[in-house]
Design a protein around this ligand. Structure first.
Ligand code: C2O
Ligand code: CU
Ligand code: CU
Length: 536
């Protein structure tokens, strides 16, 4: 039997943070300084690197020809200066565009209904794949570990975009090596557009790359000579630098007006609690426009929102009254990381594996936004963003899942671990059925971002949620604003039960195999994953 590695490196955090609940009222810009630590103008000084914008730099190009044409992405090593001193080696998907320019991890564009044709040429020296995270594709185009592409081989992904407009992503998903390959850099974004989305852009007067930008947020662990390090068999791989679009300590210049940020958490394991603060560090409220699977029916005004690994948030900031020179910091604010699994199965080893990393749950500055230039005209935020809605079905078949930690230190879903099940499918679902999955996380556990391949879902309720989630609930079912959207990844806190409803309709036939797993990639690689099949 294949023994899942039980980590000698389980990270320990001996102190938890407290959830911040700062409420800003009235005029936001120009409030007095109320922060205990250094003020924003002091903290801002380290943010000196211009944020890389997809399309505007070779690293992170844009490839719109992914739809209805075909592009080749070749995996390989790309050396780029990231920190002072030695350049760092990244593993990237590289595309040569029509003018011969090389683009690394290009952002891909597609319309709903278009075909995506991407060929993967593997030059990595090891198995890899492209997993189309969030897309409603068949098994062969899902790019999971079931269909590895060997070194030197080529695989053609070819699928119709059946998803709504939104921010999706692609990443490597080879069996047992996903954490390593994603941490080294094998991930990119996909922007899907449809008529509703284009109408919203027009209404708000947004210009892509100027006041509508995508942010891929991932922390990396830099070691000696600025090498990006990852240890196979480690637990929860967090890093000592947070990169946004591969930029360390990034600054972005925004004009007064609306600013739309499409956030994707492409980190292996780090959970952020996203908020925006100015020099007084009160939170500037923002509008949540959308989630993993596209626009919400209406915008929700929030102070902060959790962004778990693999999740996306579509955020609109009202900077219409900002003045040139104003500063705004996108931050991850304090929260209780609830790592209640400490001490299980393995000896204590307090964070020695990630020298310099900010412990999970502590305040971090992520991106400096500096206001500059002329104000832009933008329309009003429409009351309705999308006509899309999914109702709760009382007749959905219920399926319970329990997330728990064996005394050996092995993460389990019910009595399954992918390694113990030899990668087999542990259940079958008749195509076209609607199911309700009740996902219960043990109290002696930690937050797990649970991800489903091939289908978007809705959250139908949360029970026994911790205080920091109860405080965000906006309906009697215990759901947060983020739960109002379509999701492919949902965060389940210790002690909590989250119910999701999934419609397993799809235009494919035969046996299509998918997986349901924790998107803490080290948990996934250690087998916190189940395989299932959708069948006729
Ligand atoms: Cu984004 Cu199975 O993963
Ligand atoms: Cu996925
Ligand atoms: Cu997990």
């Amino acid at each position: 039997m294949d023994e899942a590695p039980s980590s000698p490196y389980r990270r320990r955090l001996l102190v938890g943070g407290v959830a911040a609940g700062v409420v800003a009222t009235g005029a936001y810009f120009g409030l007095r300084h109320r922060h205990d630590g250094p003020g924003l103008s002091t903290r801002a000084t380290r943010f000196r690197n211009k944020l890389r914008i997809p399309g505007a730099s070779a690293n992170l190009g844009e490839a719109s020809e992914a739809a209805d044409a075909s592009i080749v992405l070749q995996t390989g090593v790309f050396t780029q200066p990231m920190l002072e001193g030695a350049a760092s080696d990244l593993w990237t998907y590289t595309h040569r565009n029509a003018s011969g320019q090389l683009q690394h991890n290009p952002t891909l564009f597609a319309r709903t209904g278009a075909r995506v044709k991407v060929s993967l040429e593997n030059r990595l020296g090891d198995d890899t794949t492209i997993h189309w995270h969030g897309f409603a594709v068949d098994e062969i185009n899902d790019g999971s570990g079931l269909h590895p592409v060997r070194h030197g081989q080529r695989h053609d992904y070819d699928f119709e975009v059946r998803n709504r407009a939104g921010l999706y992503w692609y990443h490597a998903h080879p069996h047992g090596q996903t954490g390593l390959q994603v941490h080294k850099g094998l991930a990119g974004l996909v922007v899907v557009e449809d008529d509703e989305e284009l109408a919203l852009q027009k209404k708000l007067g947004l210009t892509w790359g100027v006041d509508d930008i995508a942010l891929s947020i991932s922390d990396k662990q830099f070691g000696l000579r600025n090498k990006i390090v990852h240890e196979i068999a480690a637990d929860d791989w967090i890093g000592n630098k947070v990169l946004i679009n591969w930029t360390v300590d990034p600054v972005f210049e925004a004009r007064p007006g609306w600013l739309r940020l499409r956030l994707a958490n492409t980190s292996n394991a780090r959970l952020y609690c996203i908020a925006f603060g100015g020099d007084d560090d009160a939170n500037l409220p923002f509008h949540l426009l959308g989630t993993d699977g596209g626009l919400l029916d209406r915008a929700h005004r929030l102070q902060s929102a959790f962004l778990a690994p693999a999740q996306r948030l579509d955020v609109l900031l009202d900077l219409r009254s900002a003045k040139p020179g104003d500063l705004l910091m996108m931050r991850s604010i304090d929260y209780d990381p609830m790592e209640n699994d400490a001490g299980v199965g393995v000896p204590e080893d307090p964070a020695m594996e990630h020298p310099g990393a900010t412990p999970m749950g502590e305040d971090m500055d992520l991106l400096l936004i500096r206001i500059a230039g002329e104000a832009r005209d933008g329309g009003e935020l429409p009351a309705a963003l999308s006509a899309h809605s999914v109702g709760i079905r009382e007749d959905a078949k219920r399926r319970p899942f329990r997330l728990w930690l064996q005394d050996s230190g092995r993460w389990m879903i019910n009595n399954w671990n992918y390694h113990l099940a030899h990668g087999g499918d542990v259940f079958e679902i008749p195509r076209g059925s609607v199911e309700r999955w009740d996902i219960t996380n043990d109290m002696r556990s930690m937050p797990h971002p649970m991800h489903l391949h091939g289908f978007q879902f809705i959250v139908t309720g949360r029970t026994n949620s911790p205080k920091q989630i109860v405080g965000q609930a906006i309906d009697p079912l215990g759901r947060t604003a983020q739960d109002m959207g379509l999701l492919d990844t949902v965060l389940v806190w210790p002690g909590e039960t989250v119910s999701i409803q999934i419609d397993f309709s799809q235009p494919f036939s035969g046996r299509q195999r998918y997986m349901f797993h924790c998107h803490n990639l080290e948990h996934e690689d250690q087998g916190m994953m189940v395989g299932f099949a959708v069948v006729d």
